[in-house]
Design a protein around this ligand. Structure first.
Ligand SMILES: *Cc1c(COP(=O)(O)O)cnc(C)c1O
Length: 467
């Protein structure tokens, strides 16, 4: 199994190479050279497997035997043992055709744990075997950072530095990152937006000298292994509701387009998924694209669903590459124009064919609170991201009422207590293992949106740990 860059100007790599590299050298994203496709009989055989075993089977389709399924299985069994339910990702019925796929039962209470808890051990396995070390840098609008830190803390082959936009994450999100006192963990609060943080990370990767010096790696959703580890829960939930003998649809609250891209990948692999419904908050670039082929970036506005306060959805590039018939030159040119002009030109034919699969729905903050209130009235307590996903499922469902809609429930309501309180009057309690979060001391460094200063900080952090 080999991986190629969406921009066509980087050498192909194997799974381990892609895992360690994150972004390709040409600024593109790695995608499988060919997609594994399963027959109906092969999908049926996966029914009823415990989640970690199913995940190991699916992941092994992307590793090309390195690591093999026998190595992955115990690794993933241990990784998902940190979840508070043995089901790992339980399905909860919301109404006659709508189901919440709860992806928030991991240590940091958001769906990022689904991939990240497995990614830490995967990195460790590969690095230890090779006798190497890496520095992981990542940008987070909230949940990626804490999930990455939980996955990498105290691992001797890894240093990790996470950038978050100062004041734009919830207090729970920030504290989940800044209260981890492991020596290999550092947090930077950047004076800027999430997109600024993401740009700083991309700029560090583009700085070849720095990249080599600190052996830079990424665990944000541009890392292919993250996407691969998000495919299994789409498979498991679809199988549970009757696939491959019945079509299903998914609704996914979206920011960086990673989670919904994993659903798209499951469809590409032959799972019968009729529709992918994208939910956005007021930062609705993806919905504007789906409903009118308008892919133009606007300023990022803060919302009740901060993990979706994003205008430049990095994983969209993978879909773009596929939509353009895997034409890397055209992909690189569209990305260049998006950078330069803030608007991505996508041919009408490509957009129309994507619209056969994608639906979009955006909800502002008042609408999000109303949806949380409505769902609470029906007996389901949803966080703002999940509420947007469920609202999208309700507003633009598949035409055929026999098709169930599975909503990715991406965060535990206790992670966004202010919105939940405003909408329901309830205090969603933190689970026991996080109950003292507000009493723990915090550690982070404030820096301006300046590449030179951020790079110096990363160097100093590593020097401290390898001295
Ligand atoms: C990260 C995140 C999202 C968005 O996921 P993407 O893969 O970036 O689209 C949605 N909800 C929550 C709670 C998240 O943490």
């Amino acid at each position: 199994m080999r991986y190629i860059s969406t921009r066509g100007d980087a050498p192909p790599r194997d799974f381990e190479g892609v895992l360690l590299a994150g972004l390709a050298e040409d600024g593109g994203l790695f995608v499988p050279e060919t997609w594994p496709v399963l027959t109906s009989a092969e999908w049926r055989k996966l029914r009823g497997l415990p989640y970690p075993q199913l995940a190991a089977r699916i992941l092994s389709l992307f590793t090309g035997g390195q690591p093999d399924e026998a190595t992955l299985r115990p690794m993933l069994e241990r990784a998902y043992a940190s979840f508070s339910t043995p089901a790992v990702a339980p399905l909860v019925q919301i109404d006659h055709r709508t189901f919440a796929l709860e992806l928030f039962h991991g240590p940091t209470l958001a769906f990022k744990d689904m991939a990240m808890q497995a990614l830490g051990p995967l990195f460790d396995h590969v690095l230890t075997r090779r006798g190497e070390r890496v520095t992981i840098v990542g940008a987070t609008s909230g949940d990626t950072g804490s999930a990455a830190i939980e996955a990498c803390r105290d691992r001797s082959a890894i240093d990790i530095v996470i950038l978050h936009p100062e004041g734009r994450t919830s207090a729970v999100q920030r504290r989940q990152m800044t209260t981890v006192m492991a020596d290999n963990v550092a947090n930077i609060a950047v004076d800027g937006s999430f997109d600024d943080c993401q740009d700083l990370v991309k700029a560090m990767f583009a700085d070849a000298e720095f990249r080599g010096e600190v052996r830079l790696s990424a665990v944000n959703s541009i890392n292919w292994a993250r996407i691969a580890l998000q495919i299994p829960y789409y498979v498991a939930s679809a199988l549970a509701l009757g696939a491959p003998d019945r079509e299903v649809a998914f609704a996914v609250p979206t920011g960086n387009f990673g989670n919904v891209l994993a659903a798209w990948a499951a469809r590409r692999m032959g799972l019968p998924i009729s529709q992918l419904i994208v939910g956005s908050n007021r930062n609705d670039i993806l919905v504007r694209w789906i409903t009118g082929n308008d892919m133009s970036a606007r300023a990022v506005e803060p919302s009740h669903s901060p993990s979706m306060d994003i205008q430049v959805s990095s994983n969209f590039e993978r879909l773009l590459f596929e939509m353009l018939g895997r034409d890397a030159k055209a992909t690189a040119e569209a990305m260049r124009r998006f950078r330069a002009e803030g608007k991505m030109p996508i041919p009408d034919a490509a957009w129309k064919s994507a619209c056969q699969v994608f639906r979009g729905f955006a909800l502002d903050d008042p609408g999000t609170l109303e949806e949380i209130t409505r769902l609470h009235g029906q007996g389901y307590l949803a966080d703002p991201h999940t509420a947007i996903g469920i609202a999208a499922a309700m507003h633009v469902p598949p035409a055929d009422p026999a098709i169930p809609v599975i909503v990715a429930a991406t965060a535990h309501p206790a992670k966004f207590p202010d919105a939940v309180r405003q909408a329901t009057g309830l205090e969603a309690p933190l689970p026991p293992r996080l109950a003292d979060l507000y009493d723990r001391p915090e550690r982070f460094t404030r820096l301006p949106n300046d590449l030179g200063q951020v790079e110096s900080f990363v160097r100093a952090h590593i020097r401290r740990n390898t001295a």
